[in-house]
Structure formats: structure tokens, C-alpha cells
Design a protein around this ligand. Structure first.
Ligand SMILES: Nc1ncnc2c1ncn2[C@@H]1O[C@H](COP(=O)(O)OP(=O)(O)OP(=O)(O)O)[C@@H](O)[C@H]1O
Length: 931
């Protein structure tokens, strides 16, 4: 019985050297986390560090980087991948406000509903493995692509008991309004009466599902995908499940659920009779003679299921392609073509094929040229790999075997990078390491499943080609692999000749082969595909879903001729090998996995190992037994061992000196290629002068090899810390030196500006009684232009708007709209200036001006005893808060005089005594500064 503790600490991530361990605490079970909603989730510093490191290494070395998430199903890989992606956009992509982010977030939301389903271990399990490729040019994010490894097709027609079909079906049933339901012929249907949903768990949270459906619909709109096209196909898939064929009295099969058949035909834009014929008849090619036959009920039901699977997975592939297509490359809005495949690295060809059917030849050429340019303009990428986690459902099907092969392959990739390469390179360069690197190699299991001739998948292909049975297949593999420790030989209880069990790296899984052969063949007959030819089908989207097949079918001859096509869109341009498809489902999956590995081996990997805290999806519960099992499977202890006392890192001598040379005195380094090893030793000697205190078995060891210097994790971290310190100190020194130099250079200007401000303040402080408190004469008043322009004064003291002023609110509103201003919060009115402008000079206050006319015209009326007379010289001390007025100090009182009443005297002249002979301030000096 496993010990259960409550997770009460918040640190869910830790590092084992450069490898990150992340625990899923299930704080928020089944949360609807989307890429957009990651903005509200705080990001762990360790995740941020991984992204920063990947971006830095990509920018410094130009190598592609791959962040590889692994762990069992439900360990939080998808959750982490979204957080990483958000951080990647924050570091290199302009943040979440960019169009690229919004586009990607919409694509994730759409794909999450279409590609996730409830399984026994994870209610949000991704059934689409994803590799998100973020292309980077000059250190900046350039374009994102989602590569999908869509696999779990059987779920569309038969989810396992206690599991569910794809989320989108439940969301659609909850979220469609009455009108839409009527248009899609879905009135009165629910998970309880739809056969494809009935197989599994039919419980649903309608409110949550409806809300998610609305978000999904909005995101389809962002991607420019016509909502109605997609939901028509999805509704057709659901209703197809309720069409049942039974053997009739004569040769013909009979249909139960004719209403549904008619509804499906209507949704797919084909005549019902044509669809019925497509599902129930087969054309055979007998030595050039085309013969039609009628299928029995069983065969017809299988064809119906094939159609449902084909419609679903082709729709998903088309949406992925659409999400990946660049708008500027001229992709068409409102039309979705499926005439090509979603292959891992043939996007450019895909796009050009796509164009060839839509835009004609010229369009195709220019599209191909543009795509080529894009491909070559791409410097590198930072990829985030969120592949399927290990699963052990009961009963496991062919899809689960592929999923577990994928998990094994990722585990092998980790082993090779972390353990094997370390052991082998030490051996090659004669390094003796005290620590025995001990790990479980899972190559035998991978060989068992996927070796070229005798692997379980190859033998399945062979069994398909001889039209064998599940029983014969199991018997053959047991004989072939009788000595394998990974394939169990003992008889399983209860005995069933169709069952076999494999011991995977993460646990034992029993596989039921009943549907292995049919699932692997993965074929749909041409009689059915031809129904969607444009002459009989008026629903363009459905025709596009089978575009490539229809093209092949109608290229030379018209109509079905006994061919079979793959249900899933394939990565092969060559569709047929005789009458059969060129590949099977597992071959195709294998090819994609190979392509992915080819991409990954060229990239610098960053590993994130995910662990789920319990198997019951309970928030904050830590199940020690479950965690220990995962830690063992992920070989965490072996990794800790290697990091603590082995040599997990190696660097070329030159690379080492380039990175750490600042740690040794410059004069002691030889800085030439032949002496690189000596330089390495000097650097390491200096670095170890003050060794840090280390815990337990962590060592600070290093060893020189033939071409590389080998480092323990302890010394790597120490070197990195010292490097960061030296760089920080150097940056501080550089900044301080530059700031000092810059300040000294500007010192003269700063002093002058300071003096001007001082003088302006002093002159303005002449009090009302006319007593001068300061008289500062500025020597640079009429500066000849060598002085730097004084900085404009900060905006302050803006007078409040005059309530008596008449404003036309309509004009104000129009102006605000024109300039994009917010009428509720208008921009501040510019402040009164502390100077006036004449020609190209600024004239500071106080100024002398001559009255052009008497002011006020009637002094008695405004309560004033005297009047400023025409021709009189007055002292203006500043701008008034009343618009268009200046403040004139006259006989100790301040008057607000409209500026039109006065004329500016540029020359500095004494202000004569007023006519009343009152006390007049000493002549002020106007300060003119060239602009
Ligand atoms: N750090 C976390 N905090 C809160 N909830 C989390 C965290 N990580 C994962 N979860 C939740 O746990 C559940 C399983 O996570 P997720 O689907 O990411 O696992 P997975 O490893 O991708 O599984 P699969 O391989 O089946 O797709 C989800 O509901 C997710 O929201």
C-alpha cells in the first residue's frame, strides 16, 4: 500500500544537473489550461531557465534546440509545454500580445478539443503527439509550426470502457444552440443515444463543455477556418455511428437507422443512395475485369467505421495544416484543402501541392518559390516535444503499442544522450572514471517491437499481407521471440490466444490483438472515396478531405476500380502500390518517428522529466509508491549518480577556453590552438583556487581527454558561477566607466542648464512689492550657438481648462476619434511655457513689452485704479493661467493682460517708471537662447 502524503510545499521542480524534474501536483484537475490562459499561471524559475538557456544556445551556436518532455500519461507534459511556449514567446517572440502568439494559442485551443480525450489515467490526455517547432532567425522568433503525430483513430468509433471519445463531440453536443442543432440534424441526440459515445463513459459537465465549445468556435474563426464546414463533418461522424447494417433476406444488406443515413448524406452533401452504395458495395479487379459485389452487414459496418475515422482524422490534419499555413503565403480563406499530407518535414511541398489544386500552375510555382525562400531563410529552431507518455490501459490496442514504442524511443534517446555518450566518450578518450555508470538499456524492447524483419510491427505487416488472423499473428510472434526477455511467454490468465504481454521500461502491458490487423491495414475502399467526387458531392470541404485520393482515382479512368486508400492522410506522395496503399498505419507511424528522431539528433536536447504525484488525479496528493515507480522508470537515480560523480559533460579544448578564459589572468594564457589544453589546465587551476563546499558525493573532478576536457556536474556549475560573477563585475565596471566618461563629457552643458534654471527661478522670485530678491545675469544669454540646447522643461502646472470656454463637443469627439484618443481620459493640455518664442529664439521671462493700446479700457469697470497706457513699457513676468494672457507686474500688482495688447521688445531695455510714478522694479534681463 503506497504511502500518501499531502503536498504542502510549493516547489514542484528541481534540477538534476541540466535535467529538469517536474512534478504534476494536480492542483487544478482537468483545468481548461490553454496557451492564452497560461498568462495567469505563474511560471517556475526552472522552466524559465530552460527556455532562456535554449534561446541563448541557439543564438550563440546556431544549433537547433529541442526541449524534450517525457513522462507517463498524466505527468503534466502538455501543461509544461504550454508554459514553456509562453515563456519562449516572452523571451524571443514579442510576448503574448503578438499575432503569432494569438494564432498559435487559437490553434492549440482548437486542437486540444479535437485531440484530447479522457483516458483511465488522464482526463485530459493528448491523443495527438506534438512537436512544436519555433523557427528562429537572428535570435527572434520567426514562425511556429505544429507537427502532429495523430494516432488514436479507434477512439473515434470505439472508446475503451471508462474512457471517452474526443472532447469535441461532448462539447459540441453541449454548446450548439437549438438552431445549429436543427441544421446539423442533431436534435434529440446526446452521449447516451449516440453509439460512438455510448461505448465509453457518458458523463459530462455540460456547462463546462458548452463554455469550451464557444472558445473553440471563436478560435476556429481566428484561424480562418469555416465553423460550419467542420461541425458538419463532426455531426456526420456522430450520426454515422447510429447507422447499422444488418443482413437482409436477399443479397442486399438492410439499413437500420435510415434517418441517420439520410442525415449523414445531407451533411456530407452527397445523395443518400450514393452513400449507401459506397458503404455496401465493392469493386474488384479480376485480371482487368471490374466486378461489383455486395458486402455483407459486417463488412458494411466496418466500411462505415472506416469512413468515420477517415472523416475525423482528415479534418484534424486539415486544421493542423491550416494552422501552420502562413497567411502571407496566400493561403485561401474559407476553403480547406486536404490534398496533401501532414508529414513531419515536408510542409513546403505540402503547401505547394495545396496551391496546385486551388490556384493553378502559376500560383503553385510562386507558392513553391516563396516556400523555398522561407525554408532557406530559417536559421534554426527551438522545438518543444510533447509526445505520448507511457500507457497501460486494459485492453491495450495497436495504437497503444505505437504510443509505448514512442515512449520507449524517447527513453532510448535520453539514455543515449545522458548515459551512453558519456560512457563511450570516456572510453574512447581513455578517461577512467571511478563511478560506474549503470543504466537499463531499453534497446531490446525497441528491437522487439520495431526491428526491420522480425519486429512485432513488421510481422504484423506480413500478417496483413497474407490476410492472417489475430491468433496466427500472436502464435508467430511468440515463436519468433521465444528467447526475448521482453515478450512474455507464459500463458496469460484467462487464456486468450489473441493476447500477448510486453515488459516495457515503465511497466508490463497486455495487448489484445483482435483489431490489430484491421487497424494496421487502415484502408478505405475506392467505392466509398468516389462518393465524394465533385460530380456527386456538393460539399467542397468533404471533397477536399479526399482530394489526393480523388485525384489519383479520376486521373486516367473514371470511378472505382478496386483500389484501397489509407484512412489516415499519409506522408507518401505515392499513394498506391498496385491496388493497395503503399504503407500501413504502423509503417507510417514509424516513418514519422524516424523523421522526428532525425530532426532531434541534429538538435541540442534539453530534457524535462515529468512525474505525476498520484494515479488518481487527486489535487495535492503525493503517492510515494507511484512516484517511486516513475522515478525508477525514468532512471532518475542513475542520472543523479552520474551527475554527482561521473563525467557527464565534455567540451572541446577550444570551446572550453573560449567560454571560460576570463577566469584566468590574460597574460598566462597562450591563446593558440596547439596550447589549448594547457590553457584549459590554467583556467581550471585558477577556478579551483577557492573551491566551493559540496554536499556528499558531489565532486569537482575533471579530466583531460584526447580532444575534449571532461567535467563533472559539480565543476561545471562552479565554472558557470565564476563566469557569471566575472561577467557581472565586468559589466558593472564597463557601465561605471562609460557613465563617468559620459557625465564628464556633458559636465559643461549640465552646469549651464543648471545656471539657467537657477537664474529663471531667481528672477521669478521678484516679489509683489517690487523688491528684487535676486539679480542673476547670465553670461551666455546671447550664446553664439556653441552651447547645447537646454532640455525642455518637464510638463507641470498645466492650468485647468477654463469652464467658461465654449467647446464644440462634437468636434472634440471627432478629433479624438481621428487621432485615436480616449475621450474619457483626454491627454493633458500642454503647460504654459516658461518662455516665449520669437523667430528661432526662445525668450525667457521677465520680458519688457510695450503697450499697443490702453488696458483695461475702462479701469473703473473692473475695479482698478489705474490703466496701462499705450506706448508704456511694462514688465511681463510669466504666462498667465488664463489662456492668451500674460502676467504684467505693475506698481506691485499683477495684471493678466491679453498678449495682443503688448508688443515684444527684443532689446534689453530698462523699464521706465510708470506714469503714476510708483516704485518700479529694476530693469529685468530677457534671456534669449537660440533654438
Ligand atoms: N503543474 C501543474 N499544475 C496543475 N495542474 C497540472 C500541472 N501539470 C499538469 N496538470 C494537470 O494534470 C492533468 C494532466 O496533465 P497533462 O495532460 O499535461 O499530462 P500529459 O503528460 O500531457 O498526459 P498525456 O501524455 O496523457 O497527454 C491536466 O488536467 C493538467 O491540467
Amino acid at each position: 500500500m503506497s504511502k500518501i502524503q499531502h503536498l504542502n510545499h510549493r516547489s514542484l521542480q528541481t534540477n538534476v544537473g541540466p535535467i529538469l524534474l517536474s512534478v504534476n501536483p494536480y492542483h487544478d484537475v482537468g483545468n481548461p489550461l490553454t496557451l492564452s490562459s497560461t498568462r495567469s499561471v505563474p511560471l517556475a524559475p526552472q522552466l524559465r531557465k530552460i527556455v532562456q538557456e535554449a534561446v541563448r544556445q541557439q543564438a550563440e551556436t546556431g544549433y537547433p534546440q529541442a526541449i524534450i518532455l517525457s513522462g507517463t500519461s498524466g505527468s503534466g507534459k502538455t501543461h509544461c509545454s504550454m508554459l514553456l511556449l509562453r515563456q519562449l514567446f516572452a523571451v524571443a517572440g514579442g510576448g503574448p500580445e503578438t499575432d503569432a502568439f494569438k494564432h498559435l494559442a487559437a490553434a492549440f485551443t482548437v486542437l486540444r478539443s479535437l485531440g484530447s480525450a479522457k483516458t483511465t489515467t488522464n482526463s485530459e490526455s493528448s491523443r495527438i503527439g506534438q512537436f512544436i517547432e519555433v523557427q528562429v532567425t537572428d535570435g527572434a522568433l520567426y514562425r511556429t509550426k505544429i507537427h502532429c503525430y495523430f494516432l488514436d483513430q479507434t477512439r473515434v468509433i470505439r472508446p475503451l470502457p471508462n474512457e471517452k471519445n474526443y472532447h469535441i463531440f461532448y462539447q459540441m453536443l453541449a454548446g450548439l444552440n437549438a438552431d445549429e442543432c436543427a441544421r446539423l440534424n442533431l436534435e434529440g441526440y446526446s452521449p447516451a443515444n449516440l453509439r460512438y459515445l455510448q461505448h465509453g463513459d457518458i458523463r459530462q459537465d455540460e456547462q463546462e463543455d458548452a463554455a469550451r465549445f464557444q472558445a473553440w468556435k471563436a478560435c476556429l474563426g481566428i484561424l480562418g477556418i469555416p465553423f460550419l464546414d467542420v461541425v458538419r463533418v463532426l455531426a456526420a461522424v456522430l450520426l454515422l455511428g447510429n447507422v447499422q447494417f444488418v443482413d437482409g433476406q436477399g443479397l442486399e444488406v438492410e439499413v437500420v437507422g435510415e434517418t441517420e443515413l439520410n442525415a449523414v448524406a445531407n451533411l456530407l452533401g452527397v445523395p443518400p443512395a450514393q452513400l449507401f452504395r459506397g458503404l455496401t458495395t465493392r469493386t474488384h479487379n479480376a485480371r482487368g475485369q471490374l466486378i461489383k459485389s455486395v458486402c455483407d452487414a459486417n463488412m458494411s459496418n466496418m466500411t462505415r467505421d472506416c469512413l468515420a475515422k477517415a472523416l475525423y482524422c482528415r479534418t484534424v490534419a486539415t486544421i493542423v495544416r491550416r494552422a501552420n499555413s502562413l497567411k502571407r503565403l496566400g493561403s485561401t480563406l474559407g476553403t480547406l484543402s486536404s490534398d496533401s499530407n501532414e508529414s513531419v518535414h515536408n510542409q513546403a511541398e505540402v503547401a505547394s501541392q495545396h496551391a496546385s489544386t486551388i490556384g493553378g500552375n502559376a500560383g503553385s510555382k510562386s507558392m513553391a518559390a516563396l516556400n523555398n525562400a522561407v525554408r532557406h531563410a530559417t536559421d534554426g529552431f527551438i522545438g518543444i516535444l510533447d509526445m505520448f507518455g507511457f500507457e497501460e490501459p486494459r485492453p491495450a490496442q495497436l495504437e497503444h503499442l505505437c504510443i509505448n514504442l514512442c515512449a520507449e524511443t524517447m527513453q532510448h534517446f535520453y539514455n543515449t544522450h545522458i548515459f551512453k555518450s558519456s560512457v563511450e566518450s570516456c572510453r574512447e578518450e581513455g578517461i577512467i572514471c571511478d563511478t560506474e555508470v549503470d543504466y537499463v538499456d531499453n534497446v531490446p524492447c525497441i528491437d522487439l517491437i520495431s526491428s526491420l524483419r522480425t519486429g512485432l510491427l513488421s510481422m504484423l505487416d506480413a500478417e496483413c499481407s497474407v490476410r492472417g488472423t489475430a491468433e496466427s499473428y500472436v502464435a508467430k510472434i511468440k515463436v519468433q521471440h521465444r528467447n526475448s526477455a521482453r515478450l512474455e511467454q507464459r500463458v496469460l490468465e484467462p487464456y486468450d490466444p489473441r493476447l500477448f504481454a510486453i515488459r516495457h521500461f515503465a511497466g508490463r502491458v497486455e495487448y489484445d490483438t483482435t483489431d490489430f490487423l484491421d487497424t494496421n491495414r487502415d484502408v478505405v475502399p475506392d467505392d466509398l472515396v468516389s462518393v465524394f467526387y465533385k460530380h456527386t458531392c456538393n460539399f467542397g470541404f468533404a471533397t477536399h478531405l479526399f482530394g489526393t485520393e480523388l485525384k489519383a482515382l479520376y486521373a486516367q479512368e473514371n470511378g472505382p476500380r478496386g483500389l484501397s486508400f489509407r484512412i489516415a492522410p499519409t506522408s507518401h506522395t505515392d499513394l498506391l502500390n498496385g491496388d493497395e496503399p503503399v504503407s500501413t498505419l504502423t509503417q507510417d507511424f514509424h516513418t514519422r518517428l524516424d523523421n522526428l528522431l532525425r530532426t532531434l539528433v541534429h538538435a541540442r536536447p534539453h530534457f524535462v522529466r515529468c512525474i505525476r504525484s498520484n494515479t488518481a488525479e487527486k489535487g495535492g496528493v503525493f503517492d510515494r509508491g507511484a512516484v517511486v515507480r516513475q522515478i525508477r522508470a525514468l532512471q532518475v537515480l542513475e542520472t543523479v549518480n552520474l551527475m554527482a560523480s561521473g563525467f557527464p559533460h565534455r567540451m572541446r579544448f577550444k570551446q572550453f577556453t573560449a567560454r571560460y578564459r576570463m577566469l584566468a589572468p590574460f597574460r598566462l594564457l597562450r591563446r593558440c590552438e596547439e596550447k589549448a589544453l594547457e590553457d584549459c589546465k590554467v583556467i581550471l587551476d585558477f577556478a579551483l583556487e577557492n573551491p566551493p563546499e559540496l554536499d556528499g558525493s558531489v565532486t569537482l573532478s575533471w579530466a583531460p581527454g584526447k580532444r575534449h576536457i571532461f567535467l563533472s556536474e559539480g565543476i561545471r556549475q562552479h565554472l558557470e558561477r565564476l563566469r557569471t560573477e566575472v561577467r557581472m563585475k565586468s559589466a558593472t565596471l564597463i557601465q561605471a566607466t562609460w557613465r563617468g566618461w559620459n557625465l564628464r563629457k556633458r559636465l559643461g552643458t549640465i552646469r549651464r542648464t543648471h545656471d539657467i534654471q537657477l537664474m529663471g527661478g531667481a528672477l521669478l522670485s521678484i516679489n509683489k512689492t517690487g523688491t528684487r530678491t535676486a539679480n542673476v545675469t547670465h553670461s551666455s544669454a546671447n550664446n553664439t550657438g556653441t552651447a547645447t540646447r537646454p532640455r525642455p522643461q518637464p510638463i507641470a502646472g498645466t492650468p485647468p481648462p477654463d469652464p467658461n470656454e465654449k467647446c464644440d463637443s462634437k468636434i472634440i469627439a471627432q478629433t479624438c476619434t481621428l487621432f485615436g484618443l480616449d475621450l474619457e481620459r483626454p491627454p493633458p493640455v500642454p503647460p504654459s511655457r516658461s518662455y516665449t518664442v520669437t523667430g528661432n529664439s526662445k525668450l525667457g521671462y521677465p520680458q519688457t513689452r510695450i503697450m499697443k493700446m490702453n488696458f483695461p479700457e475702462d479701469p473703473a469697470a473692473v475695479g482698478l485704479g489705474e490703466q496701462l497706457r499705450k506706448g508704456e513699457a511694462v514688465t511681463v513676468t510669466g504666462a498667465s493661467h488664463r489662456r492668451g494672457h500674460l502676467i504684467v507686474e505693475h506698481n506691485g500688482i499683477s495684471l493678466h493682460v491679453p498678449f495682443q495688447y503688448m508688443e515684444l521688445v527684443k532689446t534689453i531695455a530698462p523699464v521706465p517708471s510708470g506714469p503714476a510714478g510708483g516704485s518700479v522694479p529694476a530693469p529685468p534681463t530677457a534671456t534669449a537662447v537660440n533654438i
